[in-house]
Design a binder for this molecule. Structure first.
Ligand code: HAM
Length: 419
């Protein structure tokens, strides 16, 4: 029997993993300067948390969750996203009591049973940032600026920001009714799912990727024309902040996002380089979710970056080759091998990446391995060198060699660091 990864799940091998490490370090640095602190939540949560939090009519809840029952028949689900989980933790641990404004981030895998394709996996990873306790457009702006800084510092090119407002409980019902009327007259061409959504959740129809549904929605009314005074003021406040900092964006009234908890601001950061899966990050405001999941009325805004898609973009831009070891120690003969152990250990303790050969092979084979590893320098130590207490330091780029004292790791360290 041959074992392979499950469809939609993937290994990240050395070579690509360095890009992951770079991105995560960048995210952590940027999130920290905006005052966000890390939270970790379990991968498995009660199914109701997601069906209630994300919405029964969404694709995620209706068909994409990895759910199971435990031995007592309770429904559990591998998290398909992190926002509901972070809200659960925020309420459960009463984090609202500690700080009026809480800023949290979470790094980790999510699970959705979608049809795998380029940029779409069944296990994928996100960096989530969630801000609780501020209702004004200033926190939306901070979230967007933080997302932008992350992509800038990561060096990802060719991105654009799309922005929308979905209104609030005051103005959304009016828009819903308007959209329902529109769909009642124009909705004959809709797919079966969207025809049902027309009744249950007409805004979801904007989300459908099928051509006939998109054609119908091309002439649909715009939510932006139905916003109440307060929602308009909020949107204007956000746009003003973005303009002030010269952040380019496009308004897109069709951007409803795939989760039901949003109100007012929604946004996506998109690329034109990944085909259909063009969103590298998405988020928005979700002022009702904390109360919906049992907490006090708490405004909230956040976003998530899709790590696999950002990795793919960076790899497409050409990644600098991974750095090889600082030193390869080629010991020739049993005595030399033993004598090198101390030196190797001391250099590693000093923070150098030192490789060696385990096979007691000849010099040619060892130099070949050092070359394949991309080692910058090779220290050649033979039994004869042990007697003279000197060794050869070879520069793998220039192929030049020099004799240096062997046995004093501090001296070797000094030579490798060029002092
Ligand atoms: P989302 O749009 O479902 O939002 O996911 C955010 C990002 O995760 C997407 O823009 C995409 O880059 C990535 N992503 C989603 N599904 C997949 C997949 N199957 N394979 C690869 N990447 C994927 C959320 O999850 C919200 N919780 C974001 C949020 C946080 N809103 C407020 N706070």
């Amino acid at each position: 029997m041959e074992f392979t990864t499950i469809k939609g799940f993937r290994d990240v091998l050395p070579g690509e993993v360095e890009t992951w490490q770079f991105l995560e370090a960048t995210a952590r640095r940027v999130f920290r300067v905006f005052g966000f602190r890390e939270i970790k939540t379990p991968l498995l949560e009660r199914t109701d948390l997601f069906s209630r939090g994300i919405g029964e009519e969404t694709d995620i809840v209706s068909k994409e969750m990895y759910s199971l029952k435990d031995s007592k028949g309770r429904g559990m689900t591998l998290r398909p996203e992190a926002t509901a989980s972070v809200v659960r933790a925020y309420v459960e641990h009463r984090l609202f009591e500690a700080q009026a404004v809480q800023k949290l981030f979470l790094v980790g895998p999510m699970f959705r049973h979608e049809r795998p394709q380029k940029g779409r996996f069944r296990q994928f990873h996100q960096y989530n940032a969630e801000l609780y306790g501020d209702a004004g457009p200033g926190s939306d702006a901070d979230i967007l600026l933080m997302a932008r800084m992350f992509f800038e510092e990561a060096g990802v090119e060719g991105l654009s920001l799309r922005l929308n407002s979905l209104g609030c409980p005051v103005c959304r019902p009016g828009f819903r009714a308007l959209l329902k009327d529109y769909l009642a007259t124009r909705g004959q061409g809709l797919c079966e799912v969207c025809r049902r959504r027309t009744e249950t959740n007409p805004l979801r129809v904007f989300d459908c990727k099928l051509d006939p549904c998109r054609a119908v929605m091309g002439d649909a009314p715009s939510v932006l024309d139905s916003l109440c005074e307060a929602c308009l003021r909020h949107l204007d406040g956000l746009r003003e902040a973005l303009d002030r900092l010269q952040v380019p964006y496009t308004m897109d009234h069709r951007l409803v996002r795939g989760l039901d908890y949003y109100n007012r601001t929604t946004f996506e950061i998109q690329t034109d380089r990944l085909g259909a899966q063009n969103a590298v990050a998405g988020g928005g405001r979700y002022d009702g979710l904390v109360a919906l999941l049992g907490g006090p009325e708490t405004p909230a805004v956040g976003f998530a970056v899709g790590v696999e898609r950002v990795v793919a973009l960076l790899e497409g831009q050409g990644r600098p080759p991974a750095k090889g070891p600082d030193l390869f120690v080629a010991a020739l003969g049993h005595e030399a091998e033993r004598a090198c152990l101390d030196v190797i250990q001391a250099l590693r303790k000093a923070g150098l990446c030192v490789e060696r050969d385990y096979g007691a092979r000849g010099l040619k084979a060892q130099l070949k391995r050092a070359d394949r590893l991309g080692a910058e320098k090779v220290l050649i130590v033979g039994d004869g060198e042990l007697v003279s207490k000197r060794a050869l330091l070879r520069d793998m780029r220039t192929k030049g060699q020099e004799e240096i004292p062997f046995g004093d790791p501090a001296h070797i360290l000094g030579r490798l660091r060029g002092c």
